[in-house]
Design a protein around this ligand. Structure first.
Ligand SMILES: [Zn+2]
Ligand SMILES: [Zn+2]
Length: 342
């Protein structure tokens, strides 16, 4: 049963708010796009005008370029667009990630975008928002997903790095350049050795620092003479696409690791030819997904990319009005190098 109060509909361009005449994270160019965060599957080029939380200003500008018409709104402050109130709340996913609350005549819908509840010093913590309809992702929406304590994960990365130093190998840590890379940098023990970055990571590090996020000192790999560096002591943070090509040749003997939620699945590491895998996700695990749905007190739950069928079936059994909302990206996250699935 879909309430007639619903403010959003799914269209071929994405989630559309008809009374407000704007889209949320559209995947085709539109006149007015409201954006949850700067990852490529949410912030697409080509729309005439964008509205996002002001905490995302630096990274969204890096991603969208100088020409994009970006407008920003402070978290927690409402703006009325064609009679519809729009408010951003922190989503805890990456720097500037926000949930969008859309409200009219006492009916509220929240689009969560991507979100997580585990601590992350590089972004504002997720805030549950009460609403009637909650639109959630389900990237890791299976009961098998249970994230370990992040500090335990960082301790493991530190140990791997020291072990590589002892055996003369360069530690190459793969992580998506926006969000995961900075979260790793802020969590590891930077006193172990020098930290180098791939250009894609360094560019976003600069955006994080300009936004006031403290990160340890990093050096862009392209800035140094490779022969002068004792790479065996170094940690190199790079996006997954960097290894395998000529880029990684300069480091000599290497150990490659990746930090991702997918590392919880046996076999993922082997398939990606990693020497080590660390379970660190910027999405909610099963328990936090269910906790969040409970916290919103919403009776209507729309579930998007990931294991939406499983989540919807489970929620229906629990008495929710749950439905799958198809998005353009489904089922390809495991092998793909798409940023949304880390
Ligand atoms: Zn996403
Ligand atoms: Zn994302």
């Amino acid at each position: 049963m879909v309430s007639s109060n619903e403010l959003l509909t799914m269209t071929s361009k994405g989630l559309f708010c008809e009374p407000g005449n704007f889209y949320v994270d559209p995947w085709r160019p539109v006149d007015h796009a409201v954006i949850t965060h700067a990852h490529a599957d949410h912030a697409r080029w080509g729309s005439k005008k964008y509205l996002a939380a002001d905490t995302s200003a630096e990274v969204l500008r890096i991603r969208m370029g100088e020409k994009a018409d970006l407008r920003f709104q402070p978290l927690g402050k409402s703006q009325t667009i064609n009679g519809v109130s729009v408010t951003f709340y922190p989503a805890g996913h990456i720097l500037g990630s926000a949930q969008v609350k859309i409200e009219r005549a006492g009916y509220a819908t929240v689009v969560s975008g991507d979100y997580k509840r585990n601590p992350d010093p590089t972004c504002q913590a997720f805030e549950p928002v009460r609403c009637h309809t909650f639109i959630t992702e389900s990237t890791f929406g299976l009961p098998i997903y249970r994230w370990p304590d992040p500090q335990t994960v960082f301790d493991g990365i530190d140990r791997w790095w020291k072990l590589n130093q002892d055996s003369g190998k360069t530690s190459i840590l793969l992580a998506y350049s926006l969000g995961k890379a900075q979260r790793l940098l802020s969590g590891i023990d930077s006193s172990i050795g020098p930290i180098y970055t791939h250009g894609a990571v360094e560019k976003l590090n600069a955006g994080y620092r300009r936004s006031g996020v403290e990160l340890p000192e990093t050096t862009y790999v392209g800035e140094v003479d490779s022969k002068e560096v004792d790479w065996s002591q170094a940690l190199v943070v790079a996006p997954p696409s960097a290894v395998g090509g000529p880029w990684s040749k300069r480091f000599g003997k290497i150990s490659v690791a990746m930090a991702s939620g997918w590392m919880q699945i046996r076999g993922t590491r082997r398939r990606r030819s990693m020497d080590a895998g660390f379970i660190l996700s910027d999405h909610v695990d099963w328990a936090d997904l269910m906790q969040t749905i409970h916290d919103t007190e919403a009776e209507n739950i729309w579930v998007t990319h990931g294991y939406s069928d499983v989540v919807v079936r489970y929620l229906k059994e629990k008495g929710f009005n749950a439905k799958v909302v198809e998005t353009e990206f489904t089922g390809e996250q495991l092998e793909g190098e798409t940023e949304q699935a880390s």
